[in-house]
Design a binder for this molecule. Structure first.
Ligand SMILES: CC(C)(COP(=O)(O)OP(=O)(O)OC[C@H]1O[C@@H](n2cnc3c(N)ncnc32)[C@H](O)[C@@H]1OP(=O)(O)O)[C@@H](O)C(=O)NCCC(=O)NCCS
Length: 136
């Protein structure tokens, strides 16, 4: 990631969270969901575009602090994509987990845009031994 950007280990504001999800193509969430959830993660990273002050990307981690960790909310605004921001966020979150829990199991649900990035960071498909399931 070049010097036009700065990474901080903090969640985005509620407004930025909602905008990042919507503009990057993730499902839109309500303001209430964002307000209730924004400080609930075990760790979070945001990337700021220094010149404009715009929050360009984010990623968060749910975790028990012991060994279970789940990466969520990986999103970079389209105009800032393919500049290494997603990579920098993933590197920072995994380092934060590793410092705390060297034996951590880290999982995520991988939408197509993120799959190559996740594979570069060592993620492999859990199937067939375990498949992701969800209820929505
Ligand atoms: C997934 C996502 C977060 C990745 O963010 P990103 O900042 O674009 O990620 P990176 O820049 O680190 O890597 C993306 C690609 O850009 C390439 N890249 C990185 N720096 C580059 C540069 N300076 N010049 C050209 N390409 C570059 C990387 O090699 C990578 O290529 P690949 O995907 O073909 O392997 C982003 O695409 C996104 O927000 N997508 C929409 C939301 C979404 O689906 N999120 C994932 C949910 S699971």
């Amino acid at each position: 990631m070049d010097s036009a950007y700065r990474l901080v280990m903090q969640p985005p504001s509620v407004d930025d969270y909602l905008r990042l999800r919507k503009e990057s193509g993730l499902s839109a969430r309500t303001r209430e969901e964002a307000e209730n959830g924004i400080n609930g993660a075990w760790a979070a990273a945001s990337v700021i575009h220094v010149e404009s002050g715009e929050t360009a990307g984010m990623g968060r981690v749910l975790g028990d602090g012991g060994w279970y960790f789940v990466i969520i909310d990986m999103a970079v605004l389209p105009r800032h994509q393919r500049k290494g921001i997603g990579d920098a966020i993933m590197t920072a979150l995994l380092e934060r987990i590793r410092e705390s829990s060297p034996g951590a199991q880290v999982s995520l649900l991988a939408d197509p845009p993120g799959r190559r990035l996740y594979a570069r960071h060592g993620f492999v498909e859990s199937a067939p031994s375990s498949i992701g399931m969800w209820r929505r």
